[in-house]
Design a protein around this ligand. Sequence first.
Ligand SMILES: [Zn+2]
Length: 152
Amino acid sequence: MKCRLLREESTLPCKEYPGEWRCRKCGASGSSGSKITHCPECKSLVGQRSARVPAGTIWTLDVVSLVRQGIAVPADEECERAVGMTPEQLTKAQHLQDRLRLGITPEDFKVFDDGVMRGYKPNGDWIPGPNYEEAAWQQRKQDSPLIIVEDE
Ligand SMILES: [Zn+2]
């Protein structure tokens, strides 16, 4: 059973570099042959090195779970059957996965879902989505001090 990854992913723990580690704090790195949790130099927590897996990679582990979470799409019929989701359900799962990864806060779920914004800039401002202009125009009309009097 196979699926295809939609984005670049990292594998944790790393299968490509087992036992390799690097310390983010002091920059030390090494190969211990087994998993370590603390840097031998500065004693701070260390991350095990992770491998990057490019988008589009055909993947054979945890296939059903990855597709259901919107991380991958089915790459063969066996996977499609096992997942048992309609194209609409797949699109919805991918959308929810995007929302999660972009760190969209619950108060912005609606504007993200409506395409008004598609994420945050480093300063927290919205990155405008395809429907940003229209939403801004509707808001300006609502906020306008002008009162439109209609003729009888
Ligand atoms: Zn260290």
